[in-house]
Design a protein around this ligand. Structure first.
Ligand code: XMP
Length: 517
């Protein structure tokens, strides 16, 4: 792999993603990693990430000095560039001039594979207070800015490279080209990390892990569980059974998309549990958001466990036991929980609800090494229908937390129709990439006066909440063109009985959350 050494801040994940965009496999490792640990991983290249620190302050994150002596092609970025410079005998200093944001850089050297063929003047993204003022011996300086004399350097003999700017950030015009030059030319790595390769590798792994065991997977209708299930199905076929709980809080067509489109495209063996009545009954009379979440969560676990027990009984009748549970854990979750690369063997939390105490599932997590965009690519390659692969995030409690007020079947039906119109129009307007997700919310406890035809109406408002975001931690409201909003508003008020007003939420997160409940 290519090891991305994480010096903090959010840069390492972005770098790892960009490396994979170049079709090269990357892994994030903490900066505390030792040279010996690096050696056992046999990396094809190393990238040192940026970080918020200053190399000469006490307690600044350090790098085992042995790592730069391993003979592995290495690229230092921003803080990583300064670490490299200071360890190898160059000089890093506080120049008193910070560079932040888009900065003009001039390429001064012409003898490095790193920036070969790039325009001699270009805009890059900078974020630093310290600067390398003298390159270490053996390095040639490749670029400078007005304030930074050494903005990039290279030692072609040792294949060590550094950039003061952030090539992983899109604002750096030729950043991806520099990363790819490092990977493909300097480190001579072929770009062979493709969806097809990922599938082949995971299929082999799953087969080895599962053997002839039985596997269960809960489908939510979302991307991750669908792709995980499709991969496991590809590996072990009917040894996998998927369970899909219809809690009645799904959007229009979602059940059919799983039952019909997903199943016919992937051949997955599916059990649907129709629990709509059960959920509605449990939710009757409840309007507090947290209480709704609790009820939905509780009912979901009960239902899923019942399905598990049924399946266990069925398989036991056939002389088999279910040993494995599929989870759609993604790489960012693994990195953020500080997890290693081993396969966890945990007791399923499902057994709280009454499964035998000693029942253990071994987890199958075929997406553990993947970023979301890779999951989508793998899904496409496996033939998972586009409506599922391209699906935006949707909360587990579903429409239950998009009805402000009590959840009833009539309100769900109304919201489903409004939501379908919104999704339709946003997709038709080509806004799906710009919009992270667009909750459509029914204010069931609010009524306002309107006029329609000759008559006065007294109906409910629908709120549109289109947001743009990188990770749902922060978000901004998406500037959806007025014409699109107008079409949505017209259609909802005309086509959905009981709604006489459409309003737009123009609050960022924070202070607003994405959902209304
Ligand atoms: P908020 O509303 O907290 O949402 O800004 C952040 C992201 O999380 C989703 N969300 C949920 N997902 N169960 C889920 O599985 C929940 O209870 C839940 N609440 C919010 C929300 O859709 C957004 O993507």
């Amino acid at each position: 792999p290519v090891l991305v050494v994480d010096f903090g801040a959010q840069y390492a994940q972005l770098i790892a993603r960009r490396v994979r965009e170049a079709n090269v496999y990357s892994e994030i490792v903490p900066h505390s990693i030792t040279a010996d640990e690096v050696r056992t991983k046999q990396p094809a290249a190393i990238i040192l990430s940026g970080g918020p620190s200053s190399v000469y302050t006490a307690g600044a994150p350090a790098l085992d000095e042995g790592i730069l002596q391993l003979g592995v092609p290495t690229l230092g970025i921003c803080y990583g560039f300064q670490v490299m410079a200071s360890q190898l005998g160059g000089e890093v200093a506080r120049t008193g001039r910070r560079e932040y944001g888009s900065t003009q850089v001039t390429l001064t050297g012409d003898d490095s594979s790193l920036l070969d063929g790039q325009p001699s003047s270009q805009v890059v993204w900078m974020s630093h207070g310290d600067a390398v003022v003298r390159a270490p011996d053996g390095f040639s300086v490749l670029a400078a800015t007005e304030d930074t004399p050494v903005a990039a350097f290279a030692d072609e003999r040792r294949r060590l490279y550094g950039l003061q700017w952030h090539p992983e950030v899109r604002h750096s015009e030729h950043g991806q080209a520099a990363l790819e030059a490092f990977l493909h030319d300097a480190a001579r790595l072929p770009g062979d990390w493709t969806p097809g390769e990922i599938i082949a590798e995971q299929v082999a792994r799953i087969r080895e892990q599962v053997g002839d065991g039985q596997v269960i997977c809960g489908l939510s209708g979302g991307v991750d569980s669908a792709v995980a299930a499709a991969l496991v199905q590809r590996a072990v076929g009917d040894q996998l059974t998927c369970v899909f709980v219809d809690h009645g809080l799904l959007r229009q067509d979602e059940r059919a998309q799983v039952e019909r489109d997903f199943v016919s495209a992937t051949g997955v063996r599916l059990v649907t549990v129709d629990a709509r009545e059960q959920f509605l009954t449990a939710l009757a009379g409840v309007s507090d958001p947290e209480q709704k979440r609790k009820i939905i969560g509780r009912e979901f676990i009960r239902t899923f466990e019942q399905a598990e027990r049924d399946l266990i009984a069925e398989k036991a009748g056939e002389g088999e036991r279910i040993g494995f549970l599929v989870q759609g854990t993604l790489y960012p979750d693994v990195v953020e929980s500080g997890g290693g690369t081993g396969t966890a063997n945990i007791k399923s939390h499902h057994n709280v609800g009454g499964l035998p105490e000693d029942l253990e599932f071994e987890l199958v997590e075929p997406l553990r090494t993947l970023f979301k965009d890779e999951v989508r690519q793998v899904g496409r390659e496996l033939g998972v229908p586009e409506v599922i692969v391209a699906r935006q995030p949707f909360p587990g409690p579903g429409l239950g937390i998009r009805i402000v007020g009590e959840v009833t079947e009539a309100r769900l039906e109304l919201l489903r129709r409004a939501d379908a119109i919104v999704r339709d129009e946003l997709t038709a307007a080509g806004l799906d990439d710009e919009i992270w997700q667009c909750p459509v919310v029914l204010l069931a406890d609010v009524r306002s006066v309107g006029v329609q035809g000759d008559g006065r109406t007294y109906g409910h408002p629908i709120v549109l909440r289109p947001v743009s975001s990188e990770d749902a931690m922060t978000a901004d409201w998406t500037r959806v063109p007025y014409e699109v909003l107008a079409r949505i508003s017209n259609r909802i008020t005309n086509e959905v009985d009981g709604v006489n007003r459409v309003v737009l939420d123009v609050t960022s997160k924070p202070p607003g959350t994405i959902e209304w409940e």
